[in-house]
Design a protein around this ligand. Structure first.
Ligand code: NAD
Length: 295
């Protein structure tokens, strides 16, 4: 069993750390919120007053933080963990952040003999709780192979996407496509309803036709078409519009750097930013269909 430090015990990190404990690992946890730490300690984790103490004996350091600035600050900022992590340890950062921060942090850690992989996830809070996340990993193959048994305890599908930063690129490509599919599906369903069609009937027709896609299969944005999806629960739960808007921003940054044309992604980013700006940031992203409703 491994000696693991886990930093960032929020909606995702909390259940992920819990699954590592259930798999029998020794886990030292840290978060800025004492309540989040206390919950994991009650499940058998250890902790310390300082994050630097939590990492000093760890062979693996997993982090699950909001954004790139938090990851950069934690590892290579003032009095960063770079000064405390053991030589030869492996950092697994699962936060969704920009590729530039991954390259910068991984290079600085490498200079000190500390290995790093970016390992963002797909699957949401439900996947984190069930241990069924998909991990998209960027970094050296040897580090991927070393991390795989740990990631297997938190996820179901573990992919090596390529070099450092490739995991983040895979993640933003996937979420950009998801945003495009969701807004396109919402637009088509609303067009049908505006012309007298029943949303369930139209959904069934498109599911058996060439418009079929993941949102129609398992995440219909129209209330009442499917049970147990956020649209049938007033768009509560699921994947927040704010997080989709964040991921689309990262996709746009990536596109600017590679000078790639992303007209559909650009439109989707504006739609989700507009929707979030109207006070829907905390609602599930399928609520984008509200943008197409007539007043
Ligand atoms: P969250 O805001 O619930 O949790 C983040 C945690 O990090 C908080 O508990 C916060 O206190 C802690 N934190 C911040 N800075 C810290 C520091 N310096 N030291 C210690 N702890 C610190 O966020 P989340 O929903 O768990 O998301 C985490 C990451 O996972 C984000 O990058 C997000 O984009 C990504 N993600 C989220 C989902 C989702 O559905 N929530 C799905 C896939 C990916």
């Amino acid at each position: 069993m491994a000696n693991i430090a886990f930093i960032g015990l929020g909606n995702m990190g909390g259940p992920m750390a819990s699954n590592l404990l259930k798999s029998g690992h020794q886990v030292a946890v840290f978060d800025l919120f004492p309540e989040a730490v206390a919950k994991l300690v009650s499940e058998g984790a250890s902790t310390a007053d300082k994050v630097s103490t939590c990492v000093k004996d760890a062979d693996f350091i997993v982090s699950m933080l909001p954004a790139g600035k938090h990851v950069e600050g934690l590892y290579i900022g003032d009095d960063g963990l770079i000064n405390y992590i053991k030589h030869g340890s492996l950092v697994i950062d699962s936060s969704t952040i920009d590729k530039g921060t991954v390259i910068k942090v991984s290079a600085e850690l490498a200079n000190k003999g500390i290995n790093f992989i970016d390992a963002p996830v797909s699957g949401g809070v439900g996947g984190a709780q069930a241990g069924t996340l998909s991990f998209m990993v960027g970094g050296d193959v040897a580090d991927f192979n070393r991390a795989k048994p740990i990631l297997d305890n938190m996820g179901k599908n573990i992919f090596h996407a390529g070099a450092h930063g490739a995991g983040q690129v895979a993640k933003v490509c996937n979420n950009m496509l998801l945003a495009i599919l969701m807004s396109g599906t919402a637009e088509a369903l609303q067009l049908g309803m505006d012309n007298g069609l029943d949303a369930k009937v139209l959904s069934d027709i498109m599911l058996q036709s060439s418009g079929r896609n993941w949102t129609l299969e398992v995440y219909n944005p129209c209330p009442g078409v499917m049970e147990n999806v956020p649209s049938s629960n007033n768009y509560n739960g699921g994947f927040m519009t704010d997080l989709m808007a964040k991921d689309l921003g990262l996709a746009m940054d990536t596109a600017v750097q590679s000078q790639s044309a992303t007209p559909m992604g650009t439109m989707a980013r504006s739609l989700f930013a507009l929707h979030a700006g109207k006070g829907n940031g905390g609602k599930d992203f399928s609520s984008i269909i509200k943008m197409f409703e007539k007043a």
